[in-house]
Design a protein around this ligand. Sequence first.
Ligand SMILES: [Zn+2]
Length: 80
Amino acid sequence: MGLFRLLFWVAVIFAAIWIWRRYIRGPKRPSRATSGEEASPMVRCAHCGVHVPQHQALELDQRWYCSRQHLEQGPQTGDR
Ligand SMILES: [Zn+2]
């Protein structure tokens, strides 16, 4: 009966490890907040003035631009 008891305890230990790993990973819910564009603040393009999410905008000299083209053209100063 010694072998049976050994297998029993091995099974118990494996089950405990499985439950423990489930417990560690369990509370992590798939967060839907990552897809929210609301989390990204809106910034204003210094060239054309359009508002774009910050993760889409390009930064240069603490100014934000909606696209690389506007970044290269620089901020709109008003002199034409
Ligand atoms: Zn722009």
